[in-house]
Design a protein around this ligand. Structure first.
Ligand SMILES: [Zn+2]
Ligand SMILES: [Zn+2]
Length: 345
């Protein structure tokens, strides 16, 4: 089969061919695994982090890609959850132990044996991929392959962050930073909590304008004081200062959810300005988001189909993965980038 293989850590700013197109043997399905013929695979910022060594795969080479849509073509011993031809999606979570308290409690994203698709195991930048059947998810019919692929990552994590904010309808929500994930969260919040006003803190006027178009009650600068205190705030910025601003904007007992894989060190010193009475006292909480559980992905896909959340998609052939990655790095973003692999819907 054809695959785009990552065999080294490199820097995309000068190396524009980080992945190599290879012909390699099809994966063999182990017990409980299914073989999926890939039709579409989303291209994510996390692939840049893997290639540039910020989220290093434990072993190289590896096939990247964790927003995978395809059809079941083969079942390993004991794998009977799907029939050949069934359409499935595979997200960042590739497997977990299934026995620990986190797995048993539906938080398998926190399992010590958590394995990531396309980092710890071969992913979807290939014609075929094998996966434990319990980690392949059905995709609502309303979504095409190329539409579903990009929803498997940013949307699902956004959904988890909104779930962790634990709002009730009518309670106010803040969004700090307004990128791909946050704008999906705004759409979800409008649907799930129709009476909740949403306040968006974003650096650029274009983002603030977009937030208002999507139904935000108010949009301001990250340093602004929101007109009311907020019950929950979701931070998707890569820096620290907005954490303090957000804590200041929380109401007593409010919760800040930090949806970021890592924070840059550049402005870490701003945390020294933490003022306990202004920022933390009155039972304010801070919670981070790590990965996704299967429930987040499944529930988000259903929600996306119901609400009509459809990403704008820009398609590339599998062999053009390097160009897609370089354009992502250079922020040439028209829509979510998706690799077309076979003949899908
Ligand atoms: Zn991703
Ligand atoms: Zn576990």
């Amino acid at each position: 089969m054809k695959a785009m293989l990552m065999d080294r850590i490199t820097d995309l700013s000068w190396d524009e061919e980080p992945l190599r197109l290879v012909d390699r043997a099809c994966p063999v399905t182990g017990p409980g695994q299914i073989l999926v013929r890939v039709s579409a695979c989303g291209v994510c910022h996390t692939e840049l982090d893997e290639i540039e060594g910020r989220t290093r795969p434990p072993r190289l080479p590896v096939v990247p890609g964790h927003q995978v849509v395809g059809r079941v073509v083969e079942r390993g011993p004991g794998a009977d959850a799907f029939a050949p031809g069934d359409r499935v999606g595979i997200s960042w979570i590739y497997s977990a132990c299934g026995r620990c308290k986190f797995c048993l409690g539906g938080n398998e994203n926190l399992c010590a044996e958590f394995q990531a698709t396309g980092r710890d195991a071969d992913g979807g930048y290939a014609e075929y991929m094998a996966v434990p059947q319990g980690f392949a998810l059905r995709i609502p019919a309303a979504l095409s392959d190329a539409e579903a692929a990009p929803l498997l990552c940013a949307g699902a994590i956004g959904y988890r962050s909104l779930r962790l904010a634990a709002l009730r309808d009518g309670e106010s929500l803040g969004l700090t930073g307004f990128g791909a994930s946050a704008h999906l969260v705004l759409k979800m919040a409008r649907h799930l909590y129709p009476r909740s006003p949403v306040f968006v803190f974003a650096r650029s006027e274009r983002e603030r304008e977009f937030a208002r178009e999507l139904g935000a009650t108010w949009a301001g600068e990250p340093e602004d004081q929101a007109p009311v205190r907020l019950r929950g705030i979701i931070d998707t910025t890569p820096v620290w200062k907005p954490i303090l601003e957000a804590l200041r904007n929380l109401e007593p007992g409010g919760r800040l959810v930090v949806n970021a894989i890592r924070k840059e060190d550049a402005d870490k010193a701003s945390l020294l300005h933490l003022d306990y009475p202004a920022h933390l006292w009155m039972e304010k909480e801070i919670k981070s988001v790590a990965n996704v559980a299967r429930r987040d992905v499944s529930e988000f896909l259903e929600l996306a189909a119901a609400v009509g959340i459809r990403p704008e998609v820009e398609e590339y052939d599998l062999a053009e993965a390097n160009r897609a990655l370089v354009e992502l790095k250079q922020r040439k973003i028209r829509g979510a980038k998706v690799l077309r692999v076979g003949v899908g819907s």
